[in-house]
Write a protein that binds this ligand. Sequence first.
Ligand SMILES: Cc1cc2nc3c(=O)[nH]c(=O)nc-3n(C[C@H](O)[C@H](O)[C@H](O)COP(=O)(O)OP(=O)(O)OC[C@H]3O[C@@H](n4cnc5c(N)ncnc54)[C@H](O)[C@@H]3O)c2cc1C
Length: 357
Amino acid sequence: MTVAMDRPLFTADHDTFRQTFRQFIDREIRPHQERWRGQGQVDREIWRKAGSQGFLCPWMDEKYGGAGGEFLHSVIVMEELARAYESGFAMSLHSDIVVPYLYSFGTEEQKQRWLPGCTSGELVTALGMTEPGTGSDLAALTTTAVRDGDDYVINGQKTFISNGQLCDIAVIAAKTDPDPANSHKGISMFVVEAGRVPAANLLGPEGGGFMMMMQKLQQERLCVAIGAVAGAEQVLDDTIVYTKERKAFGKPISKFQNTQFKLVECLAKVEVGRAYVDKVIAGHIAGKYLVKECSIAKFWTTDMGQEVVDNCLQFFGGYGYMLEYPVTRAFMDARVQRIYAGTNEIMKVIVAKQLGL
Ligand SMILES: Cc1cc2nc3c(=O)[nH]c(=O)nc-3n(C[C@H](O)[C@H](O)[C@H](O)COP(=O)(O)OP(=O)(O)OC[C@H]3O[C@@H](n4cnc5c(N)ncnc54)[C@H](O)[C@@H]3O)c2cc1C
């Protein structure tokens, strides 16, 4: 890597895991990326391949079919996917955002039922919080879950659900108490397979959904920040190579002082972002309560990533507008990172609350 930093978080074992996952990307992902983009989704088979080689939920206990790794293995998977410009294969959403709900809040029976499949790739997961009428204001969601004997009947609409088109199970937030006075305590989480939802698929306590989402959103936001820094780093690397090759006025465009200054500014931002995110990762692994830090990491790194990609894209001239170029797609991917997992404005709302404002 042109801009690689020394990162004390990782051991030699992690580096080996990174190399193995890079080989998996070269062999199983890169040859298919263009086709996947054309068909609007990855092949179902890639999930099983990733699972069989230990790349799904790499932190999972062995008793649930996992490799017994840790969150740092997931960090490596996120970073390497971002470096491969692969935004459609939502491994991290599955491994580090949805499955942790099952792992943390599931009963032993539920865990035995779902976790081995999530780890092997037999079960692909999705998380349904957002609705057409509400995204940021989760307490205002209107999907209802009404108890009917041994089942719950869930009614409502969800939108923008990543993996929604190919998932086997979805963790869904729904109101079990529609009384607006109980908006926070009225939300529950369900694991939806197909058709009616047996009461046994209630995840955690009835009415505990809002608390569960708030707890798990910390890691979700950190995951976005990890991807944002790695994505910006890769675009910068590729731009450095491009500016050395592309000539104008008889010399490589890397020789213009404007190019050098802009690329150095980008490098500084990526390295500062990386240092902060690595610090938050270390605290998160240590079990610290880092709602403020994860929110800051999410909005700062995604704003930074957008700025870096925008500055880099400029050096590609007209090619930077062509979708065939990775930098152009990286621009779109960077843009949405400022929106999902809680918009950057909502991140600031959260931090302002933490400051008692
Ligand atoms: C590619 C993609 C993947 C997604 N994946 C998932 C998924 O898997 N599961 C899921 O549940 N959702 C998913 N989402 C939804 C995403 O989380 C929401 O789009 C996001 O939370 C914003 O909600 P909204 O679109 O309803 O915008 P709104 O909530 O309508 O917000 C509109 C604007 O108002 C601003 N705003 C709202 N409230 C405030 C406030 N209090 N203060 C200041 N500004 C405010 C927002 O910041 C935003 O700029 C995904 C979205 C995208 C685009």
